[in-house]
Design a protein around this ligand. Sequence first.
Ligand code: ZN
Length: 105
Amino acid sequence: MNRIKQGDTVEVISGDHRGAKGSVHRVLLDKNQVIISGINIVKRHTKPTGRVRTQAGIIEREAPLHVSNVALVCPHCNQRTRVSYRVQDDGRKVRFCRRCNEMMD
Ligand SMILES: [Zn+2]
């Protein structure tokens, strides 16, 4: 089970964007990376290619950050936190905030 999920609010804890908060736009499971809305924007120069309609020129998009560089922000206590897992009666595994003990899923 993954520590960070799409839609979570996270804070960047190292690198150029340290301290920035944003919501997780995508999780790249195989690479252990996350894409956070509005953070780590890179400019890509693209050329129009053949039949496929692509945007030409300079486009801005978010570059992925490694999960070790971000910390989950609890939606209840609004602080960065570690998560713990508990198994519910129905067998579902849910994440809990270690600070305020609220369920995060
Ligand atoms: Zn909390």
